[in-house]
Design a protein around this ligand. Structure first.
Ligand code: GDP
Ligand code: MG
Length: 601
């Protein structure tokens, strides 16, 4: 295709503002699919994505409009995938900024706009949902200008639902977004934007050609991975898979190259011609690292193999989470898993439960700590990365511990501001900024905090949602490591530490967390024939304590004293119940107790 006729763009929006609906409309209006082929939403193809209204895996579509080739790059819709988002955006020259005309600018809109501006994008504002009675397009225009600093005077007014303004959106893409630039005679340089596993094709790689061209039969080299492959298929999605002889300079499309595992491909890698390689790789490549870890254990020990197989299957399509075997005295055999963030953790957990029908126990999520150790008799001073509280080294050797911090931006109607400030303060937050944006009914407070990631992985989202009844929006990015007064807190049931419940916490908030945990466990662990102490301790020092009183013998005697059938039934029931209990210090802890105890309330 003539490079001047190509437009590469993505759609950026806050969740629910209509990104997927608009994408479907654009496909429909350009004739990519017949009416009958248009399923409700083409772009979000996974159940969980559809239910949660987020896009996890990018899907990209080529549209034809008035003699132009428009490549719509779909981007993942969550902060956990910030790096993937940055690469998808780097593959485009512009973006449609979709803002719900009844909601206005939200935290995630902003995060995405900034990422888009960083890529020098031409941004075309689209004010969506103008069919709604509560639509306030003028107010939203003003907000876009005030908050983002973009000229919104030529914003397209649209309704992705009813189809108003869809042609105007397509015309604006052609008129406002610049064509790509690149050298078609230079050695091939293409960016690996995404990859996924297809049962028929193997690994499919989404690419943006920067210079040169990509043809079938070509030997290509992945500059970061250092591997070489033979291209066996080249094409694009319309959204139907369409094979092409080549992808030329500026184009976006897919290739396959007989690659077996997604783990062999790295987002942001540079693909070049093995025979005539480019001199330098593209900038911006990053190795993604898991930031949140937790243990996943099958509720039923017999399901360990099934869990392992399921994790392998999921990893076929998502190389960004990691897992290794872990054993826990309380929970038996399981896996220590690493994720890009909390939502990523939830998605994998949910897929294991739903698609693979597994019953799981998740241990307290933990971030990655940098622990500086002094030298010992046998070892030099060193720094280790800790992502399992169970592996905490000897406290006597610890010089200092660093933890990851984030900068969070929260948008909220004024009435919830007080509760939010308190929540952030309780979580060791440092307030950086507080301003008001928008006017009238749209006015909201924008507050920026620096927070330790540790305090956020616990239950920050849930708390925020509940105190603001879902009206606040939240976004964050990591800002590096800082030294903190951190300690390992153990939970002891009947004098024995329960490893699955131990956690790293700040000394200042340890007591509060410990007390909460003991109180919850007291509610959750059934009474036994003996008294059960529940303790939270740092080192040898108990910082919180509860006691479950003993069941009186005569009570059980009476209970078992009835007729024979009733007694047998009871015993059977007990036996069944036992399968779902874990013995701990001769105390039986129900599985649900672990899960419930980890939910901070
Ligand atoms: P996404 O999360 O940005 O991809 O948003 P979706 O496209 O999934 O849309 C979220 C919700 O808004 C869905 O229920 C859509 O049907 C609805 N929606 C999208 N566009 C419009 C619109 O123009 N008008 C109205 N009334 N609803 C819309
Ligand atoms: Mg969507």
């Amino acid at each position: 295709t003539d490079i001047s006729k190509i437009r590469n763009f993505s759609i950026i929006a806050h969740i629910d503002h209509g990104k997927s609906t608009l994408a479907d409309r654009l496909i429909q209006a350009t004739g990519g699919l017949t009416e009958r082929e248009m399923s409700a939403q083409v772009l979000d193809n996974m159940d969980i994505e559809r239910e949660r209204g987020i896009t996890i895996k990018a899907q990209t579509v080529r549209l034809t409009w008035k003699g132009h080739e428009l490549n719509l790059m779909d981007t993942p819709g969550h902060v956990d995938f910030a790096y993937e988002v940055s690469r998808s955006l780097a593959a485009c020259e512009g973006a449609l900024l979709v803002v719900d005309s009844a909601q206005g600018v939200e935290a995630q809109t902003l995060a995405n706009v900034y990422a888009s501006i960083e890529q020098d994008h031409e941004i075309v504002p689209v004010i969506n949902k103008i069919d709604l009675p509560a639509a306030d397009p003028e107010g939203v225009k003003q907000e876009i200008e005030e908050i983002i600093g973009l000229d919104a005077s030529e914003a397209v007014l649209a309704s992705a639902k009813t189809g108003i303004g869809i042609e105007a959106v397509l015309d604006a893409i052609v008129a406002k977004i610049p064509p790509p630039r690149g050298d078609k005679d230079a050695p091939l340089k293409a960016m690996l934007v995404d990859s996924w596993y297809d049962p028929y094709l193997g690994v499919v790689i989404l690419v943006r050609v920067i210079d040169g061209s990509l043809r079938k039969g070509m030997a290509i080299k992945f500059m970061q991975a250092g591997t070489t492959h033979l291209v066996d298929r080249v094409g694009c999605f319309t959204p139907k898979r369409t094979d092409l002889p080549e992808l030329t300079t500026g184009e976006i499309g897919f290739i396959t190259a007989q690659i077996k595992e997604v783990a062999e491909t790295r987002v942001g890698d540079t693909i070049t011609d093995a025979k005539r390689p480019a001199v330098a790789a593209l900038p911006g490549f990053k190795e993604v690292q898991p930031v949140v870890f937790c243990g996943l254990f099958p509720t039923d020990a017999a399901e360990f193999e099934k869990l392992r197989d399921s994790l392998y299957k999921l990893r076929l399509n998502d190389a960004s989470f990691s897992f290794e075997m872990e054993t826990s005295a309380a929970l038996g055999f399981g896996f220590r898993c690493g994720f890009l963030g909390l939502l990523h953790l939830e998605i994998i957990q949910e897929r294991l439960t739903r698609e693979y029908d597994l019953d799981l126990i998740t241990t307290a999520p933990s971030v990655v700590y940098q622990i500086h150790l002094s030298h010992s008799k046998t070892e030099d001073a060193q720094t280790i990365e800790l992502h399992n509280p169970a592996d905490m080294p000897d406290p006597n050797r610890i010089e200092s511990i660093e933890e990851p911090w984030i900068e969070a931006t929260i948008y909220t109607p004024d009435e919830y501001l007080g509760a939010i400030l308190k929540l952030c303060q309780d979580r060791r937050g440092i307030q950086k900024n507080l301003t008001y944006v928008g006017t009238g009914a749209h006015q909201r407070a924008q507050v920026t905090y620096e927070l330790p990631l540790n305090e956020v992985v616990f239950d920050f989202y849930d708390r925020l949602k509940s105190i603001t009844r879902g009206y606040a929006s939240f976004d964050y990015h990591q800002i590096g490591y800082r030294t903190g007064d951190l300690v390992k807190m153990s939970i002891l049931v009947n004098e024995e530490p329960v490893d699955a419940l131990s956690m790293i916490t700040h000394r200042g908030t340890a007591e509060q967390r410990g007390r909460g945990m003991c109180e919850r466990l007291k509610e959750l662990i059934p009474r036994h024939l003996f008294k059960i102490p529940i303790q939270a301790a740092i080192g040898g020092k108990v910082i919180a304590r509860e006691t479950i009183s003993a069941l009186r013998k005569d009570v059980t005697a009476k209970c078992y004293g009835g007729d024979a059938t009733r007694k047998r039934k009871l015993l059977e029931k007990q036996k069944k119940g036992k399968a779902k209990m874990r013995e701990y210090g001769s105390v039986s802890i129900p599985q649900e107790a672990f899960i419930a105890a980890l939910r901070m309330g």
